[in-house]
Ligand binder design. Structure first.
Ligand code: HSE
Length: 311
């Protein structure tokens, strides 16, 4: 059925998943972004309303990720139509939860529905990656891939693009805590070293392999052993007040593992029950309170579905 208007939800994501910098990610149930999109009689894409961004995002469709992906999509399929976009940000910006990715994915999913689903989700992925380049200067896919495909995803290769959707172990619960400080992805990337030692690389790829195997076998102990980042976390931890105590508190509360979500400042931990997940959220919140930082917490299973139509 061809529609003139759609309402779509796309989820926030945890990129990197400790050891998989720029290659691993998973989708959450909440938070996320909502987009209402409709066809119009004009010949252009317009952002008619944005809520929840505190006025920070551009209302100019050519500078907003949602508008940019819609124009790129229409150009790709060789069709012209006017489009009006309402973007409802239901998640914090600059939090390390893939805010720009969720907006781009919601917009892509919506325009694909409006145009009669000409593209598969995998075919839409490069458009979402270009939106990431606009938002933070790098066309990484570890937020857009899980937001678009759902579950855990692995970017096996960027050139050529080869993205694999992994298994979602059924008992896995994600705790995400967003401390009220802002870290720009560009800044969190600029502090990283450009080369790694062979010794660190061996530790890192052992853990990436271990995590992927743990996910495929639903082996929670192996997942826990593999949630270790030898390369990026030690540097980015310096940007997050009380990080060592935050991580220790999460582990003591029963986390399988705990690290920085994407480029931070949000923290994620994995566990195997909602009860433990909530206990971890409380422990992390208490550790941030020690340094007078307030938080928002989300505890949910892994979202294996990705974006969805709301009506
Ligand atoms: N992989 C990216 C990074 C994700 O860590 O910089 C950005 O959210």
């Amino acid at each position: 059925m061809l529609r003139d208007s759609v309402r779509v939800y796309a989820p926030a994501t945890v990129a990197n998943v400790a050891c998989g910098f720029d290659v691993l990610g998973f989708a959450l149930y909440e938070p996320g972004d909502e987009i209402v999109m409709r066809k119009t009689n004009s010949d252009k894409t317009e952002i008619v309303l944005i809520t929840g961004d505190g006025g920070k995002l551009s209302r100019d469709a050519s500078k907003n990720t949602a508008g940019v992906v819609v124009d790129a999509f229409l150009q790709h399929i060789g069709q012209k139509t006017g489009i009006a976009i309402e973007l409802h940000k239901k998640m914090p910006l600059g939090s390390g939860l893939g805010s720009s990715a969720a907006s781009a994915v919601a917009a892509l999913f919506a325009i694909n529905e409006l145009m009669g689903q000409p593209l598969t989700r995998l075919e839409m992925l490069p458009f979402a990656m270009e939106a990431e380049r606009l938002a933070c200067g790098a066309a990484h896919a570890d937020n857009v891939a899980p937001s678009l495909l759902g579950g855990f995803t692995l970017v096996r290769s960027y050139e050529p693009l080869d993205v694999i959707k992994l298994n979602t172990p059924p008992d896995l619960v994600a705790t995400v805590v967003h401390p009220h400080i802002e870290i720009r992805t560009e800044d969190a990337r600029s502090i990283l070293r450009k080369s790694v030692t062979l010794k660190d690389a061996i530790i890192q790829w052992g853990n990436v392999g271990g995590l992927v195997a743990g996910l495929l076998m639903s082996d929670y102990a192996l997942i826990g052993r593999s949630l270790h980042d030898q390369i990026v976390e030690p540097l980015r931890a310096l940007l997050i007040p009380n990080f060592a105590q935050v991580k220790k508190a999460a582990m003591q509360a029963g986390a399988l593992g705990c690290s920085i979500s994407g480029s931070g400042p949000s923290i994620f931990a994995l566990s195997t029950s909602h009860e433990t997940g909530q206990r971890i959220a409380d422990a992390i919140t208490a550790a941030f309170a020690e340094v007078n930082i307030a938080t928002d917490c989300y505890v949910s299973p892994i979202n294996a579905e990705g974006p969805r139509l709301l009506d």
